[in-house]
Design a protein around this ligand. Sequence first.
Ligand code: ATR
Length: 278
Amino acid sequence: MAYLFGLIGYPIKHSLSPWIHEQFMETTKINGSYEIFEISLNSNFTEAINDLRKKNINGFNVTVPYKEKIIQELDELDDQASRIGAVNTVLNIGGKLVGYNTDGLGYVKSLEKAYPKIKESIPNILILGAGGAARGIYNGLKISGYLNIDIANRTLEKAEEIKQTNLIGKTEVITLDTAEQVLNQYDIIIQTTSVGMKPNVDAQIINLTNLKSNVIISDIVYQPIMTQFLKSGIIQGANIHTGHTMLLYQAELAFNIWTEKQVNVENMDLKLQEILEG
Ligand code: ATR
């Protein structure tokens, strides 16, 4: 029987997820389809999810603005999704919907693939931003054994809320101004806000002067792939990590939850870059 997967969110017509999962199905020889189920903001959300159950969908991804709202429709949540308070992947086990969050662990995997030795040096990490993406990445890093992670955000309360989810290790909350001044304390700096995203490509969340040598500058914005933040890191001699790879690895983990198949995403990186760069 053919598998049915999909994506819910709004607006999602231009999502890259169908392309990514179609590649996965092709390489694992799984017969199925990955469809876009756009749910407009004024539609009945519960009904929309019940429609997916009726279709016997095997699993679906959830994106903005429904990553939190979906939780009320689910029968179970895994630990990571529950701690993050957001779900990006749902598995349907005979009508029982189970929620997962692969964003954070997908991010960690993409970073470790690019820089395999980072964990050995017990890096000091700074996360810029405290939205949903930051929350996922913070938890993904913590459960992967990265203990020293500070958070800088425009609204300090939101960073404090993420700190509350800390299980182990140290975390300090600082302002963006302080972050600029103490940048040389960090080995990895992760930009998780939408600042710098098209069409505001010249925007940069903080100035990157005063960087430690050998620092890794990471940006989860992937439109454009080479953000102003990354460009300015390169000028300072930093190593960089681009955001589009997170997209591949969170998808890989979701596909594994649905099918128990392992896929190798490394050879898809360049193709995805080409698509994003039009
Ligand atoms: P997501 O779920 O994609 O992470 P979000 O929850 O809306 O999106 O979070 C956006 C993050 O970007 C927040 O940390 C936000 O800062 P605030 O918490 O102060 O709102 C940050 N952000 C967005 N635009 C910003 C800007 N112009 N300057 C500084 N931070 C910004």
